[in-house]
Structure formats: structure tokens, C-alpha cells
Design a protein around this ligand. Structure first.
Ligand code: GUN
Length: 313
């Protein structure tokens, strides 16, 4: 039996339509959400991500602007740019694309973003609010994972969830959202003993470790839901044959582009899992649409709280 494919493109389109409707309502009231994206230097992967974020904003009617300081920028220069954006009322969301160049103090820059405009949910204030069950702005990929589960009617409460990977961007906030949803959560990492054994306990297995195809069927309980957050490029014939031999569609992509995308989950897992997100077309499409949703949310939270302040004055 083959797993149900959890179609991220379809879920993202559903959410996109809901966000578009909200934006139309706001627009009728003369309000337009605004997003500023900071891309420092020219990391090719970051350039692709940022292009997608700006394009998606434009399509949805969110005002967006891209700031591209050079790779040689100093921490102080970026702090000044963030402070300027914090002060501008028409900017509701500020996103600092990671990674930043090594000479930059990334934590200082992320902490300088006004928590009310922190559409990535990376500011310690928003991390704290999430961990104390008062989520305000939640990191986009973890929020997208929860939407996939919710909209596929996959129960979370009371389930065993295992998150492989403890990054600040994905692993930790995903674990927090699953805890808030009343799952029993285990977070694994490179020092975890008997990783396959721990993963086999999972009803919901989230793979966010950044290693091509590492989660094989031996890590998966039959019938489990598997969420694959990885995006890794396969560039050698040996790796291609290991994961995709006999897959004609992938063969064509690999021949045309010289590479193909694979998640952290071995495609063979689809023979064991109950439901699985594909790569590409699983979690990826949710990340951008949740950023759009967060920008609208940031606008509503900030401008509504200001209105309350004004009415008290
Ligand atoms: N780099 C990789 N993922 C992300 C993300 O979700 N947000 C930002 N800002 N940078 C990233």
C-alpha cells in the first residue's frame, strides 16, 4: 500500500485564496499590508527564495520592497536599516533572509526587528510567546506544517510526534507547535542514540535534518504521517540511481537540469507511511504563503493595538 500524498501546492492555494480575500477586505477599508525583505549579498539559494517572496506579495496585493545591501555590510549598517524600517508605518513585516554573511552578528540583527513586525517569528519575544502558548507571529515553515496536518484531518492531540532536527527556524518551533497541540513530542539530533528506534515510535515524523534521503523505511512505523522539510540537490548519477532509479519523470528532470530535488526522506518511505509530503510540492509551498498570512496578521495586530491605544488616550 502506498501512502496518501499530502499535496502542499493544493493546501497553499487554499490558504492563498483565504489570504487574498482578507487583503481585498482590508483594501476596501483603504489598508494595504507592506513587507520589507532584506537580502544581504548574493547567496544563490537566498536570491531564489527572496524572488518567490516578493513575487507572491505582488500577486496578492501586498506592497513589498527589497533591500539588497552588499555582502561586505557591517552589523551596524544592517541595524540602521532595520531601525529605519521599524519606524515606517506602512511597513508591517520585516524579513531578514538567512544566512547572513559571517562578519554579521545575526542574533543582534534579528533582535533589532520590532517584534510586532517580525513576520518570520524569529525574535526572542515571539519565540517566548510561542513557548508560553500565546503565539503572535509564528515561524512560517512550522506554521505551514501545522496547516498541512490540520487540513488533512490528521490528529495531533495525544499522538507521538518525533521531530528530527533542532534548528531555531524549523525543528524547535515545530516541536513547540506540536506540544501546544497536545502531542507527545521528542526532538532528535545528531547525538541521539538509536535514531531509527526513536523515529519508529512516531505517529507523526517530521524530518528537518538537512541530509538527502536519510530517513529510510527502517525509521518509519507503518501507517505514520511523514512530513519532509528537507530540500537537497542530487547532482551525481550514483545518488540519483540510489534514490530514483526507474523513475522516468525524475530521469527527465535530472538529464535536463543535471540535478533534482530530494527531501530528507528516502522516496521508498512512501511504501510504508500512511501519509507523506512530497519534495518538491509538500512543505515548500506553505512557507511563502504563511509569510503572506503573517504579514496580514502583523498588520492587523499592530494597527488594531494602536487603535486601542489611541482610544484610551
Ligand atoms: N533561510 C532559510 N529559511 C528561511 C526562513 O524561513 N526565513 C528566513 N528569513 N531565512 C531563511
Amino acid at each position: 500500500m502506498s501512502a496518501t500524498i499530502l499535496d502542499g501546492n493544493r493546501t497553499a492555494a487554499e490558504i492563498r485564496a483565504e489570504v487574498a480575500e482578507e487583503i481585498r477586505t482590508l483594501s476596501a477599508a483603504g489598508l494595504k499590508p507592506g513587507l520589507a525583505v532584506l537580502l544581504v549579498g548574493n547567496n544563490p539559494a537566498s536570491e531564489i527564495y527572496v524572488r518567490g517572496k516578493v513575487k507572491s506579495s505582488e500577486e496578492l496585493g501586498i506592497y513589498s520592497e527589497k533591500h539588497t545591501p552588499p555582502t561586505s555590510s557591517s552589523t551596524e549598517e544592517l541595524l540602521q536599516l532595520v531601525h529605519d524600517l521599524n519606524r515606517r508605518d506602512e511597513i508591517d513585516g520585516i524579513l531578514v533572509q538567512l544566512p547572513l554573511p559571517p562578519q554579521i552578528d545575526s542574533k543582534r540583527v534579528l533582535t533589532a526587528v520590532d517584534p510586532a513586525k517580525d513576520v518570520d517569528g524569529f525574535h526572542p519575544m515571539n519565540v517566548g510567546l510561542l513557548s508560553t502558548q500565546r503565539p503572535a507571529l509564528v515561524p512560517c515553515t512550522p506554521a505551514g506544517i501545522m496547516e498541512i496536518l490540520k487540513r488533512a484531518n490528521i490528529p495531533v492531540a495525544g499522538q507521538e510526534a518525533v521531530v528530527v532536527g533542532r534548528s531555531d527556524i524549523v525543528g524547535k518551533p515545530t516541536a513547540m507547535l506540536l506540544i501546544n497541540g497536545n502531542a507527545t513530542v521528542t526532538v532528535c539530533h545528531s547525538k541521539t542514540r538509536d535514531l531509527p528506534g526513536v523515529c519508529r515510535r512516531a505517529d507523526i515524523l517530521v524530518a528537518a535534518l538537512g541530509r538527502a534521503g536519510m530517513i529510510t523505511p527502517a525509521y518509519v512505523k507503518p501507517g505514520a504521517t511523514v512530513i519532509d522539510v528537507g530540500t537537497n540537490q542530487i547532482t551525481t548519477r550514483a545518488d540519483f540511481d540510489k534514490f530514483f532509479q526507474g523513475n522516468d519523470q525524475r530521469e527527465q528532470i535530472f538529464r535536463r537540469k543535471g540535478s533534482t530535488l530530494i527531501g530528507d526522506v528516502d522516496p521508498e518511505v512512501a511504501q510504508v507511511a500512511g501519509a507523506i509530503t512530497p519534495v518538491p510540492g509538500g512543505v515548500g509551498p506553505l512557507t511563502i504563503v504563511m509569510l503572506m498570512a503573517n504579514t496580514v496578521r502583523a498588520m492587523k495586530l499592530r494597527r488594531a493595538s494602536r487603535k486601542a491605544e489611541l482610544s484610551r488616550a
